[in-house]
Design a protein around this ligand. Structure first.
Ligand code: NAD
Length: 457
C-alpha cells in the first residue's frame, strides 16, 4: 500500500526507533550478512535493479512526500531519478571488487583480497534524504555488506516509502533495515555499536564530530563523514557575468539554501561589482514562493520551525555587521516557514555570519581587488567543501584551483555542478573520505593480505 494518498486526507504515521529497535535492526543485518555476502555480484545486482525500477515508478509519490516532509517544491524534485541511476550503476559494479597479486617476495605468491565489513550503518540528513541514502547504501550493498539506515527525524517519509519498495523488490529479510528516529537515540546507538563495522554519515559538522568520537570510544569503526560548507564563489572581471549571476544565484536559492555546497559567500571583483550585484538581486528576488506542492512554486519554506528560527537569527546578526541589500522581514506565514532571498554586502570577513553555515537562502557578497587577497579570504574558513572561480584566463583558473582549499573546485561553474566519476568530499572540517561512483565501493571493503608460501620443486 502507498504510504501517502493525497486524496485520502489522512495523517502519516512514522514510528520512532527505540534503542531496542535499533539493536534489533543491527542484529537482523548481522544475521543476514553471511548469505548476502555469499551471493554473486550479479545476484546482488538484480535486487538493486529491481529497486531502481520501483523508485522511478514512485517518482510522484516520493516528490509529494518530500514536499510534505521538508518543504521541497515538487517542481524541483529529482532524487528518485538520480537514486535509481545510482542503484542501476552499482548493480553492474560488483565485479570491480578485485585484489592484487605479487611474486615480489621470493618463495611466496602473495595476494590481497577485498571483503565487505559486515554491518554498515548509514545516517542521513533531511535536506536531500534519498540522494544520500542511495549514494551510501547502494555501494555498501553491492560490496556484500548489509545495512541499517537511519533517516532524519525532520524528513522520514521518503525513507519510509523506500522501505516499502525494498520489501516489494524482494530483498532477503535483514539485508536493508530502515529506521527513523532522533540522533540522540537511534543514531547514538549505531555510532557506538560494536557490531557496526563501518558508518557513512552526511550531516552537520557538529554531529560528525560526535560520530567520530563514538567510533573511537567503541570499536574504531571505519567512518566516512560528509559535512557542512561555507563555499566561496569568486568572480573575476573577465568572466561571463550573466552566466556567473545565473549559476551563483541558482546555487544559493536551490532547496531554499538548504544545501551543503551552496555558494553562500560570493567574492566579486570591485570593477564589476555594481553590475553583478544589480543582476544578482534582480534574479534572486524573482522566485515564486509558496506551497511546495504547487507545480509553479520554485521557493519553498525552510524545513521546520527550528531551521526557520536559526536562519532568522543569522539574518538579524547579519544586519548588525553588513548591509542588507535584498530581503526584508522574513514572515512566518500561516502554512510554512518562508525566508525571502536575502543578500548582504560589505560584511567584515571576521563576522560570525561569514564563518558559520547559515543553511538558508542568504548570501554574503563582498568585493576584492587582487587574486592573492581573494584566495586568502576564500580560504579563511574551517570548511572546505566546494569553491568556484569564474574567469576566462586559464592560467589564473589553474592557479586558483590549486590554491583553493576545497574538495571540489568549479571553474566557470559552481555547485551543484558535479560529475559522477569525480570523488566528492571535504577538505578541513567539511569531512573525511570521498564518495562517488569510482570511489564509494572502497569505503565498504576491508583489505586482507594472504601470504602463500610456495615450496621449491
Ligand atoms: P544533523 O547533523 O543535525 O543530522 C544528520 C543526521 O544525524 C540525522 O539523521 C540526525 O538524526 C543524526 N544525528 C543527530 N545527532 C546524532 C548523534 N549524536 N549520533 C548519531 N546521529 C545523530 O544534520 P542535518 O541538520 O540533518 O543536515 C544538515 C547538515 O548536513 C548541514 O550541515 C549540511 O551542510 C550537511 N550536509 C552535508 C552534505 C555533504 O555531502 N557534505 C550534504 C548534505 C548536507
Amino acid at each position: 500500500m502507498d504510504i501517502y494518498d493525497p486524496n485520502a486526507g489522512g495523517s502519516i504515521l512514522v514510528y520512532e526507533a527505540s534503542e531496542d529497535d535499533t539493536n534489533a535492526a543491527v542484529a537482523a543485518a548481522k544475521a543476514a550478512f553471511p548469505a548476502w555476502s555469499a551471493l554473486s555480484p550479479v545476484e546482488r545486482g538484480s535486487y538493486l535493479k529491481k529497486l531502481a525500477e520501483l523508485m522511478l515508478e514512485s517518482h510522484d509519490e516520493l516528490s509529494q512526500l518530500e514536499a510534505l516532509s521538508m518543504g521541497r517544491p515538487v517542481s524541483t524534485y529529482f532524487e528518485s531519478i538520480v537514486v535509481a541511476e545510482a542503484f542501476n550503476h552499482y548493480a553492474e559494479a560488483g565485479f570491480q571488487v578485485l585484489g592484487t597479486s605479487s611474486l615480489n617476495t621470493p618463495g611466496f605468491m602473495n595476494m590481497t583480497i577485498r571483503q565487505p565489513y559486515g554491518v554498515v550503518a548509514v545516517i542521513i540528513p533531511w535536506n536531500v534524504p534519498l540522494l544520500f541514502l542511495g549514494d551510501k547504501a547502494a555501494p555498501a550493498l553491492i560490496a556484500g555488506n548489509t545495512v541499517v539506515i537511519k533517516s532524519s527525524e525532520k524528513a522520514p517519509l521518503t525513507s519510509a516509502k523506500f522501505a516499502a519498495l525494498v520489501e516489494k523488490a524482494g530483498f532477503p529479510p535483514g539485508v536493508i533495515n530502515i529506521i527513523s528516529g532522533h540522533g540522540q537515540t537511534s543514531g547514538n546507538v549505531l555510532s557506538h555499536h560494536m557490531d557496526v563495522r563501518a558508518l557513512s554519515f552526511t550531516g552537520s559538522a557538529r554531529t560528525g564530530r560526535l560520530i567520530q568520537e563514538a567510533a573511537s570510544r567503541s570499536n574504531l569503526k571505519n567512518v566516512v563523514l560528509e559535512l557542512g560548507g561555507k563555499s566561496p564563489a569568486i568572480i573575476f572581471p573577465d568572466a561571463d557575468i550573466e552566466q556567473a549571476v545565473e549559476e551563483t544565484e541558482h546555487s544559493i536559492q536551490r532547496n531554499s539554501g538548504q544545501v551543503c555546497m551552496a555558494n553562500s559567500r560570493i567574492y566579486v571583483h570591485e570593477s564589476i561589482a555594481s553590475t553583478f550585484i544589480e543582476l544578482f538581486n534582480k534574479k534572486f528576488a524573482a522566485v515564486t514562493m509558496g506551497d511546495p506542492l504547487f507545480p509553479s512554486t520554485t521557493h519553498g519554506p525552510q524545513a521546520d520551525g527550528i531551521q526557520f528560527k536559526q536562519v532568522q537569527a543569522y539574518i538579524e546578526e547579519g544586519k548588525k555587521s553588513g548591509k542588507l541589500a535584498l530581503g526584508t522581514e522574513s514572515t512566518e506565514q500561516k502554512n510554512g516557514f518562508f525566508i525571502r532571498p536575502t543578500v548582504f554586502l560589505e560584511t567584515p570577513e571576521s563576522a560570525r555570519v561569514m564563518k558559520e553555515e547559515i543553511f538558508g537562502p542568504v548570501v554574503h557578497i563582498n568585493t576584492f581587488k587582487e587574486e592573492e587577497e581573494v584566495i586568502s579570504k576564500a580560504n579563511d574558513t574551517e570548511f572546505g567543501l566546494y569553491a568556484a572561480v569564474y574567469t576566462n584566463d586559464i592560467s589564473r583558473a589553474i592557479r586558483m584551483a590549486k590554491r583553493l582549499e576545497a574538495g571540489t573546485v568549479g571553474v566557470n561553474c559552481t555547485s551543484p555542478t558535479g560529475a559522477r566519476d569525480m570523488p566528492f568530499g571535504g577538505y578541513k572540517a567539511s569531512g573525511i573520505g570521498r564518495e562517488g561512483w569510482t570511489v564509494s565501493i572502497e569505503n565498504y571493503l576491508e583489505v586482507k593480505s594472504v601470504l602463500i608460501k610456495v615450496k621449491d620443486a
